[in-house]
Design a protein around this ligand. Structure first.
Ligand SMILES: Cc1ncc(COP(=O)(O)O)c(C=O)c1O
Length: 371
């Protein structure tokens, strides 16, 4: 991946805001609970290593990733705490995970059978968190019999496995309607009946469960989107104002011109000037994660909302300006300039998606600046 260090567009990440959001959550948690910072997907676009280091300083005692390679990047950066891979990993990589002390989610017996052979050959031991599918329908054990088999297998092969954790993931903890959440809690409690010896970590809470279901239990909170100051519920449930968004996205005008009536803008000529007007070009596009769907939305140019006209290109897009503005004028795509603000949630609502997708989409070619 090439990072555009010499371009006029960048992401700012306020690590103090991330630390603050962790402190707020730690103060809400029970004393015996630990906070694992979810830093998968390049820390939701914020930058995996700097965020993990800031989270550790703020009191995170573990980290969650989605990929083995994300775990390896953290180890390479000197992160020595527990790292849990939340997704299904290939059994052929069991010894690699063991070597770097990466804990992995396991959702079926087949993984354990295959991994056991590899681990036995290598004389290695892998930390395992059993995933329970209580209603997310994604990964994990769904019935007591299969879960028991897996637990027995782990107990029979203690030279190859450490049964470190067990967890589930809620599908609707961020929703007003609690019916499915309650169903998942019931299902979790049923499945847990076959777990006679509880592992070190039992965890169920993501940001939404930690926020709106404080009694959901477990001794770890897997703290994701709220750590970045974003609301897991979008516009449905209100997040207290104490959480601070950590990311802003900024650029500047690199071309300014006057259009005459009839002049077209962008691929497909989807915009045509009807009167003389000023147009600015912003050097950022869908390859950076500023979605094509943003046509018709606005950004702040010198603090003023300006409409995005014409299609968003791969590396550039155009905005209608209120009047002639100098080259280099500041453009804020996400963040605050003066009185005006555009949040990731605002952009998500326009693009008919969730704030998670807006920040995760910001590609690695945008440089990240940290304060
Ligand atoms: C299993 C699991 N736990 C925790 C999280 C963190 O969720 P959130 O960002 O909503 O806190 C995720 C995110 O996708 C996840 O997949």
């Amino acid at each position: 991946m090439v990072v555009g260090l010499h371009r006029n567009a960048h992401v700012n990440v306020d690590l103090a805001a991330i630390k603050h959001n962790i402190a707020v959550e730690l103060a809400r948690m029970d004393e015996q609970q630990e906070l694992f910072a979810v830093v998968k997907a390049n820390a939701y676009g914020h930058g995996i290593v700097p965020v993990a280091k800031a989270a550790r300083q703020a009191g995170a005692t573990g980290f969650c990733v989605a990929l083995i390679d994300e775990g390896l990047a953290l180890r390479e950066a000197g992160i020595a705490e527990t790292i849990l891979i939340l997704g299904v990993t290939p059994a052929r990589e069991a010894t690699l995970m063991a070597k770097y002390d990466l804990s992995t989610a396991v959702g079926d017996l087949e993984f354990l059978i295959q991994a056991q052979k590899k681990l036995a050959q290598a004389g290695a031991k892998l930390k395992v968190h059993l995933a329970l599918d209580t209603g997310m329908g994604r990964i994990g054990f769904r019935d007591q019999a299969k879960l028991s088999q897996a637990i027995d297998f782990l107990h029979e092969h203690t030279a190859q496995f450490e049964f470190e954790g067990i967890f589930t993931h809620f599908a609707t903890a961020d929703a007003k309607d609690q019916e499915h959440y309650n169903y998942q809690v019931k299902k979790f409690n049923e499945l847990m009946k076959v777990v006679t010896t509880r592992p070190r970590y039992v965890h169920v809470a993501n940001s939404a469960a930690a926020m709106w279901h404080t009694d959901c239990g477990g001794n770890v909170v897997r703290y994701g989107v709220t750590m970045y100051g974003l609301n897991p519920s979008g516009a449905e449930l209100k997040l207290p104002d104490t959480f601070k968004p950590a990311l802003s996205l900024e650029s500047e005008l690199v071309a300014v011109k006057q259009l005459q009536p009839g002049d077209g803008v962008g691929y497909g000529k989807t915009y045509t000037a009807s009167k003389p007007e000023w147009l600015g070009t912003v050097p950022l596009g869908y390859a950076d994660g500023w979605l094509r769907r943003m046509q018709g939305y606005h950004v702040l140019v010198a603090g003023q909302p300006c409409e995005i006209v014409g299609r968003v290109c791969m590396d550039q897009f155009m905005v209608r300006l209120p009047h002639k503005l100098p080259l280099g004028t500041k453009v804020t795509l996400i963040g605050q300039d003066g009185e005006q603000k555009i949040t990731a949630q605002d952009a998500a609502e326009y693009a008919q998606t969730i704030n998670y997708e807006i920040v995760c989409a910001l590609s690695e070619r945008l440089p990240r600046y940290y304060k």
